[in-house]
Ligand binder design. Sequence first.
Ligand code: MG
Length: 263
Amino acid sequence: MNKKIVAMLIAALSFSLLFAQKSKTDSLREVEAAKTEVWAPEPPVITPGNSPQGAPADAIILFDGKNLDQWRSEKDSMMAAGWDVFNGIMTVNKKNAGIVTKKRFTDYQVHLEWRVPENITGKGQGRGNSGIFLANTGAGDEGYEIQILDNYNNKTYVNGQAGSVYKQTIPLANACKKPGEWQTYDIIWTAPRFNEDGSLKTAAYVTVVHNGVLLQNHTEIKGETVWIGKPFYKAHGPSPIKLQAHGDPSEPLSFRNIWLRPL
Ligand code: MG
């Protein structure tokens, strides 16, 4: 190799190192995260019917359109839920954190309705990302997330699409409605049980119906849902339910008509 080529190679290498430095940590995490993404096969697209569901007489009303009395900020047990309530719906406030129920639950049936704004922008995981954590077992996103995402003509890794057990179980179908339309989740949750030494006694199970279409059929949960790495269990008792504020630049999601029946 002549000296001129060597000099050029060194110059090119220094140039790329300089620019790689800044985002090195971020891109390494992205590479790690990509290892657990699954992109195929894609669940079939099913056009759902339209029938929102009122609360039965014995339900605990978690949100009836009036206030966030049943919720608090995920940041602090004394901090009020900082989302906006207007016209019977609650909307994620991007300035504030996710919200969790004040009550703690074990096994239950829950109904919620969510809407992605009609003017949603972004793509992949950055398009209407929220999620319901069926048991928020610690700080931040600790626990078990059923993904909420706009997957109406929006491709992403299929184990991260709407109705997935995030990064664990691909939904049986894609039943997403268009942005701007209200959508329902009906979820049946059986919490995991733990032995006294903290080891797992029985796994958690989840059934998810999205807009009347079955997405998860008594799916066994492999552990807490994590962005990077493999799911794992850690012992916990009754836990709050969390709605995620993902903090995407696109317009925020809204929720309405949330009720729960302990089982
Ligand atoms: Mg999410």
